[in-house]
Design a protein around this ligand. Structure first.
Ligand code: FPP
Length: 243
């Protein structure tokens, strides 16, 4: 195991991108890329547990991904279902708590049931929280928080003056998670793609050229080492940080 002298991120979020291009480069179809992407998910989750990263959030399926061909959506859902089943024991063994964010009502019933089961069975685990963003969109999440707050204002449960950032936070899917410290996106694209818009306000961004199915421990280590070299000032000056 590699030791890190400096702080490791408390909350790491990953946009796993490039499955389709990885497959195309190999003359295969996109679905093959997703299947190989599962291996990278397994390795990254295991390594984050070893590194004692407390929160890992993976962008597994966006609201926009519903526009993909039906066959591809079907394969992604099947991979999700089979991974939930095959990784269950490992989650228990490593004391990892499963969490999900997004509009999960839209997922197939079989996936919803399996998610409910694994979430329930792992709810007391405290080594790491693994959050899967499924049918997730950052703007939808903020829209949903605003709607909930509007209803509370209308019903005199809360007054508009009381609404502040911490109350908004409590109405997001991520209410139990801290802000993101490090966001990694693979495949060379430099976009946020509607992921955790509110939560990445002060995150460090790291873009890797590696396509997701090729992303391994060493690439994760490289991202973390890079993060550790950065000075996070949160709006302050370097001098103030030394005080
Ligand atoms: C992006 O690649 C990847 C996805 C949309 C899905 C990610 C899903 C997995 C890695 C497998 C299942 C997940 C879990 C949590 C077990 P892309 O298809 O957008 O690639 P492209 O940009 O090269 O076309």
């Amino acid at each position: 195991m590699r030791e890190y002298k400096n702080e490791i991120p408390q909350h790491l979020a990953i946009i796993m991108d490039g499955n389709g291009r990885w497959a195309k480069n190999k003359g295969k179809n996109r679905l093959f890329g997703h299947t190989k992407g599962v291996k990278a998910v397994q390795e990254v989750v295991e390594e984050c547990a070893v590194l004692k990263i407390k929160y890992l959030t993976l962008y597994a399926f966006s609201t926009e991904n519903w526009n993909r061909p039906e066959e591809e959506i079907g394969v992604l859902m099947k991979l999700l279902l089979s991974s939930l089943k095959s990784e269950f024991e490992k989650l228990l063994k490593n004391r990892i708590k499963l969490n999900v964010i997004g509009n999960t009502d839209q997922l197939p019933m079989s996936v919803q049931k399996e998610l409910d089961y694994v979430i329930k069975q792992t709810e007391n685990n405290s080594e790491m929280t693994l959050t899967l963003a499924l049918s997730y969109g950052g703007r939808e999440e903020i829209e949903s928080a605003i709607k909930q707050l509007a209803v509370k204002v209308k019903n005199n449960i809360i007054s508009p003056e009381k609404i502040d950032q911490s109350i908004i936070n409590e109405h997001l899917y991520t209410r139990d998670l801290p802000d993101v410290d490090l966001l990694i996106r693979t495949s060379g694209e430099k976009r946020i793609s509607n992921f955790l818009l509110w939560q990445i306000a002060y995150a460090e961004l790291y873009f890797s050229k590696v396509l997701w199915p090729d992303f391994r421990k060493k690439h994760l280590h490289k991202a973390i080492t890079n993060y550790q070299k950065r000075e996070r000032r949160f709006g302050k000056t370097s001098e103030q940080l030394l005080q």
